[in-house]
Design a protein. Structure first.
Length: 176
């Protein structure tokens, strides 16, 4: 394992959460679902190119699990990757909460700060079963795209574009 892999996973996940979730929380009402989807996709695209050579820039435990199952990562490395990803997401979330509460009268919790899921917390009103199936299928599509486009036999120079676009389209699909 390269020494910089864990900090790269921290930073990649931090930027993904800050850019994607930040756009939803701080500007979602102005940029809409498509704008939020692009923020997620472009955040991951940028990090894939900036950090991919250091860690693969999985920025997601599901992608790291896929890398383990594909023999590209060891179980020992997997623990470090997931730990760095969770820490990056927590730090970015804290920063977003800090910013969201930084103006007078702000109550992001009462406003549903970063709430998502199913039922009333789903833009499409999906029930728990529908939300679960959609999450599994779209996560599979993301993991498959990452593994397929980073295969040494694939045109790796374009991998970041495909990965960013599949995340953008997955985010857009889930919000409909």
């Amino acid at each position: 394992m390269r020494r910089a892999a864990y900090p790269a996973e921290f930073l990649g996940t931090f930027v993904l959460v800050l850019g994607g979730c930040g756009s939803a929380i701080l500007a979602g009402d102005r940029i809409g679902f498509l704008g939020v989807a692009f923020a997620f996709g472009l955040s991951l695209l940028a990090m894939a190119y900036a950090l991919g050579h250091l860690s693969g820039c999985h920025a997601n435990p599901a992608v790291s699990l896929g890398a383990v199952l594909a023999g590209r990562l060891t179980w020992r490395e997997f623990g470090g990757y997931v730990g760095a990803q969770v820490l990056g997401a927590v730090v970015a979330s804290w920063l977003l909460y800090f910013v969201a509460t930084s103006h007078a009268g702000a109550d992001p919790v009462a406003a549903g700060f970063a709430a998502n899921g199913y039922g009333p917390h789903s833009p499409g009103g999906f029930d728990a079963g529908g939300a679960f199936v959609l999450e599994v299928v779209l996560t599979f599509v993301l993991v498959f795209t990452v593994l397929a486009t980073t295969n040494p036999q694939a045109p790796v120079a374009l991998a970041g574009i495909a990965i960013g676009l599949v995340l953008r389209s997955s985010t857009w699909s889930a919000s409909r």
